[in-house]
Design a protein. Sequence first.
Length: 335
Amino acid sequence: MFSLKHLIAACLAVLLAAPAFLLTSCSSGTVTEKPAGLPELIAFTSNRSKAVAIFTIKPDGTALTSLSSDNRSIDMMPAWSPDSTRMSFSSNRSDNFEIWTMDAEGGNRQRLTDRRIWNGLPGWSPDGGKIVFVGQVRNAAGLSDMEIFVINADGSDLRQLTDSSTFHVETGHAETGEAGHSHHTGWNSVPAWSPDGSKILFSSNRDGNPVTPILYTMNPDGSGQQKFGLFTDVDGSDPDWSAANNRIVLARGTAAKRDIWVMDGGSPFPLLTAKKLTDNIDNNHNPKWSPDGRQIAFVSDTHGSDDVFIMNADGSNVRRLTYDESVDDFPAWRQ
């Protein structure tokens, strides 16, 4: 069996190789409407088959379905389109991990990128017109920076939004270039759109801490990059921004021990509104809001391997969704 845990560890190794106040309305602006009658589903990545594949499951734990038709390739990191008819994901079926889209049932697969280097963690804009994602970039020292890109949903107009070469990052993996300057690994990752599509929230190590990234926001064209909130840094990763309640759910802690937190997305002092939802010895991460903002799907290793769980938005009524010795990760709630 292909080890998803090793794959995720490898991806995280790649990803972690290494003040104005944002007031966003809870109004979602122009958002693509979901067709009526579609079943509520959670997509996730699992290695329970002979390869790493994307599965869907109902929030009650029934109707487990594989969307993979090729055990020779790896499909992972799903993200639903706003109209819930398609999803974007990362796949190596073209040898490199590129960004793809497919129908909700796994058909009509289309490759969007051809960067011939690692790409993953896609997320759709609220209007369904663009997809933001993370891509690997080689810096001047030959190290791998992780940068944020955006592309139209039809695969046109690829743009790089962040550039780690413009700031100095101390990660402990510095190498000296020919000119005697230090080159370091930059990390800008896990992007999430604001409900109205006017901002992209992301984690960055540009402040020099390779273990605890800080949340930043930027405009969809990459301009206006600034820290999220006033005066106090907001540490964390894996953010997801709910259009239903304008709240942000994220993971805070170390790579080995994280907890799920929520905070207000429109507050100038988000840490003052922060609430820890999990408080255990386990590693809890990759949280995602339900469309109505009442529940949160997340991943925890409380039973040994990573499983998908669901809890209420206040942290109550925690339920285990997947039961398998495999590694289940990257949940995405159908919008």
